[in-house]
Write a new protein. Structure first.
Length: 553
């Protein structure tokens, strides 16, 4: 989705440009009449393409472009100008403007220039450049000391925190000990089956590089690989910058990052974004909570963007060795497989753990007892966290999780755990379906109650805290047709009903369903109804057309 802002103090010019731009797919067009309004919009969200007049009251288009480019360095600027502004335009082109249009400009010229700008945005992060940099990074690797130290910080190591400033300086890590952080955690949601370990490693680092390409123009950033996830620790390049504003810039780029990973690497990427200002001493707790959110995936599938994280359980970090380490690591893997819905892997890991535990029965009975207690506690904790205990308890004797001797044999206990695990996987899958339906129902209600408001895909995605691309996929999967079709049919049905009442003018009807431009409303109505609003109104009045209720989806 490309965000385009049109700025001109002549409303006729703005409407004409916007009407043409609305013909493009995957664009969100906003328009204002003053540079002051344009600055406000740029400070609230990402701008990919700015189309602005050169001469306007209060601020020139050149000054506006410099301000927007400072906020969004990748923004492409196109100037609208008369012939008298040629010297202005020469100066602008020398200082980073993408191109210019002389007013008035025809439809094909404007569309051609916009497509050229969109192609340029896509080409800036070329597949070859990403892969070349990735191969070099894999060859060189990240220094072992940096990797080790950053992982210590992520688990809350007290010694690592105590020497933070000295270590950051010594290891040349580009972060400041006296400034808070923004934390991002990302994962590749699924892999093509034909990829080997070497190819996966290469693509993981390519995804990491794409993240850094988008953020490094306004951020200091360090990345760490941790298991299946990448972690990015980020601070603003401008130390005096407000933390909330920097957080807004990062959030504004996440959808673009997902799109680039999908287009260049053909991989789905999910991302969790922390709160705006995470203190170094709170880093480990924030990281655990974000990993919990990412593992749950809020009940959905792929390419999720989640802002913020709740507190997760605190894990016991005491020193352990031998059998205890093996049990703790394996039970942790079982929990992760539950969270990520890996049913077959869960069954295999559990069976292997029991085979190992059975060999220890004559060595140390307490090892088996610890295995039983650890697996039972993990399953109970998972059910309590997901509020599944009451539901699962209707078909399983959960008391058997607290009594080792309730099971006659070791095989009986394994069978009990496998059946309980299967029931949990079934319930998790049902929850995913229910949650998707709940999101779709919420959107349907919002659209029906706000037909006169902004119903663009990015706006609706903000309401449910998902990326626009993923929201579109969820809606289509649940309802069987695109969200845009539902909005169009609802607007059309409402317009027909209001026009048929004979009490409202067509322009008032258009405004009530979100069309400020009467000509755009007319084209919309004729496209979907086969006649203009006036023709429809007259046909109903004369009895040539019966009024019927629209299909309810």
């Amino acid at each position: 989705m490309h965000h385009i802002l049109v700025v001109d103090d002549e409303p006729l010019i703005v409407r004409g440009v916007c009407n043409i731009l609305n013909e493009l797919e995957q664009v969100r067009v906003q328009s204002v009449y003053t540079p002051r309004e344009a600055r406000r919009i740029a400070e609230e969200g990402r701008i990919d393409i700015l189309i602005t007049d050169v001469r306007m009251p209060g601020m020139s288009g050149l000054d506006l472009a410099l301000h927007v480019r400072e906020l969004w360095p990748r923004c492409k600027v196109i100037f609208l100008s008369g012939h008298a502004d040629f010297e202005y335009l020469q100066f602008a082109l020398r200082h980073g403007a993408f191109d210019y249009l002389l007013k008035p400009s025809d439809r094909e010229t404007l569309l051609g220039l916009l497509r050229k700008a969109i192609d340029c945005i896509a080409d800036e992060i070329s597949e070859q450049a990403v892969m070349d940099r990735t191969r070099q990074q894999v060859r060189d690797a990240r220094p072992l000391l940096v990797e080790t130290y950053m992982r210590k910080l992520l688990i809350g190591d007290a010694d690592a925190l105590g020497e933070l400033s000295e270590q950051l300086t010594m290891l040349d890590i580009p972060l400041r000990a006296d400034s808070p952080l923004v934390l991002l955690v990302g994962r590749i949601d699924s892999w093509p089956s034909h990829l080997g370990l070497k190819d996966r490693l290469l693509l993981e680092y390519a995804a990491c590089n794409i993240m850094e390409e988008y953020l490094q123009s306004f951020s200091r950033i360090v990345s760490v690989k941790d298991g299946k996830s990448f972690v990015w620790l980020v601070q603003s390049l401008r130390d005096e910058e407000d933390a909330a504003r920097h957080h807004l810039y990062i959030r504004g780029m996440l959808e673009k990052i997902q799109q680039s990973v999908r287009q260049l690497l053909r991989l789905p990427l999910s991302i969790v974004l922390s709160s705006p200002a995470v203190a170094w001493r709170a880093l480990a707790g924030e990281y655990r909570a974000m990993c919990g959110l990412l593992q749950q995936g809020i009940g959905l599938d792929e390419e999720i963007i989640i802002s913020g994280a709740d507190e997760d359980e605190t894990a016991d970090q005491n020193e352990r060795g031998g059998e205890h380490d093996y049990i703790a690591d394996t039970v942790g893997r079982l929990r992760l497989q539950l969270e990520t819905r890996e049913r077959e892997a869960f069954n295999g890991t559990l069976s292997a753990l029991f085979e190992w535990g059975q060999k220890n029965v004559f060595v140390d009975y307490t090892v088996q007892l610890e295995l039983f207690s650890s697996v039972s506690a993990m399953l109970l904790g998972f059910m309590n966290k997901r509020k599944l205990a009451e539901t699962i308890g209707q078909t399983f004797q959960l008391e058997s999780l607290s009594s080792y001797h309730a099971h006659d044999t070791w095989s009986d206990l394994l069978d009990y755990y496998l059946r309980l695990g299967g029931a949990l996987f079934d319930r998790i899958e049902a929850e995913r379906v229910d949650q998707k339906r709940e999101i779709v129902d919420r959107l349907d209600r919002y659209v029906a109650e706000n037909l006169d408001q902004d119903l663009s895909l990015p706006r609706l995605a903000d309401i449910v805290h998902l990326s626009p691309h993923y929201l579109s996929r969820i809606y289509h999967a649940v309802k069987g047709y695109p969200l845009a079709d539902y909005i169009a049919e609802l607007k059309l049905g409402t317009a027909k009903r209001l026009l048929a009442s004979q009490e409202m003018k067509a322009q008032d009807v258009g405004r009530m369903i979100g069309f400020e431009d009467m000509s755009y409303f007319g084209r919309f109505f004729k496209k979907h109804a086969g006649m203009t609003p006036g023709e429809y109104k007259e046909a109903v009045k004369s009895g040539r057309l019966a009024v019927s209720s629209e299909r309810q989806k």
